[in-house]
Design a protein around this ligand. Structure first.
Ligand SMILES: C[S@@+](CC[C@H](N)C(=O)[O-])C[C@H]1O[C@@H](n2cnc3c(N)ncnc32)[C@H](O)[C@@H]1O
Length: 249
């Protein structure tokens, strides 16, 4: 059997770092391929699995190798309180693009138009996973698979299709762009195959995204408040979709 540290160094470039027990648990639940996983305390990690994730306990038992604390600390940017880390294979872009472009989608695609904040992007991926959204597409330069986004997404990048695309490459489907000047969302039913687009934290929706939009939609907000945070706007919109007949998986 190959030593896990050797495997880690061989695979680290190009793999997705799963930082902590919960990220590994979610990734396994949603079918991630995980070639290597380490911990400083196997019995503590398996006790956590007994308590919080018995469904993946056997998979963790087979995967986790115990390593000394110094070895673990050298493999990760900063140690996680659960002292668990793993590497996962990034899902195929071609398969994700096929899921995103599938006609007759049963749940929306969330589009973040040039997001700037890695924490917001992670929180949105976690929301999309929770609501069973088809995927999360970002436009612009932010990498939605950046390690900080993956950390914020708690391993849930494997539960929805996450890709970066140009506005001109967005999947087909009616595009509802969220903007405080739009039509009140409370009077609308968002279709299951909708693209739900949200603007950048700094400057809102880009001209290119506005030009592709079929509808501008507003979340209720008192007049003197300028805008909501990006991730909370996504949360309210997905909740509205689910509460008006959308069917979270
Ligand atoms: C932090 S806001 C952007 C604020 C930015 N300074 C601007 O000029 O629009 C990020 C995104 O959240 C969404 N958003 C925030 N508040 C909203 C509201 N009341 N109605 C609809 N969308 C909203 C929009 O998509 C917006 O582009």
């Amino acid at each position: 059997m190959t030593d896990p540290v050797t495997s880690w160094h061989r695979l680290a470039d190009g793999s997705v770092l799963l930082d902590g027990f919960h990220a590994l648990k979610h990734a396994l639940r949603f079918g991630a391929e995980v070639p290597v996983a380490v911990t400083t305390d196997r019995s503590a990690a398996l006790a956590l699995a007994d308590d919080l994730a018995p469904d993946v306990r056997d998979a963790l038992d087979a995967l986790l190798t115990e390593v000394p604390e110094a070895t673990y600390a050298a493999l990760v940017p900063r140690p996680h309180p659960t002292a668990v880390a793993a590497l996962a294979v990034r899902p195929s872009r071609a398969e994700n693009l096929a899921r995103l472009a599938h006609t007759g989608r049963r749940a929306p695609v969330v589009v973040l138009d040039n997001p700037r904040n890695l924490g917001n992007a992670g929180a949105v991926i976690r929301l999309a996973a929770g609501f069973g959204a088809t995927g999360v597409v970002t436009t612009g330069t932010l990498d939605p698979w950046h390690p900080t986004v993956v950390r914020g997404g708690a391993g849930l990048h494997f539960a929805t299709a996450v890709e970066r695309l140009a506005v001109a490459e967005l999947p087909p489907g009616p595009l509802f762009a969220l903007d405080p000047d739009g039509e009140d969302i409370r009077g609308l039913k968002l279709p299951d195959d909708a693209l739900l687009a949200f603007g950048s934290e700094r400057s809102g929706l880009s001209g290119a995204l506005r030009a592709r939009a079929d509808h501008l939609v507003a979340l209720p907000m008192r007049p003197q408040v300028s805008s909501y945070n990006l991730a909370t706007s996504v949360a309210m919109t997905l909740y509205h979709w689910s509460a008006t007949g959308g069917t979270p998986a």
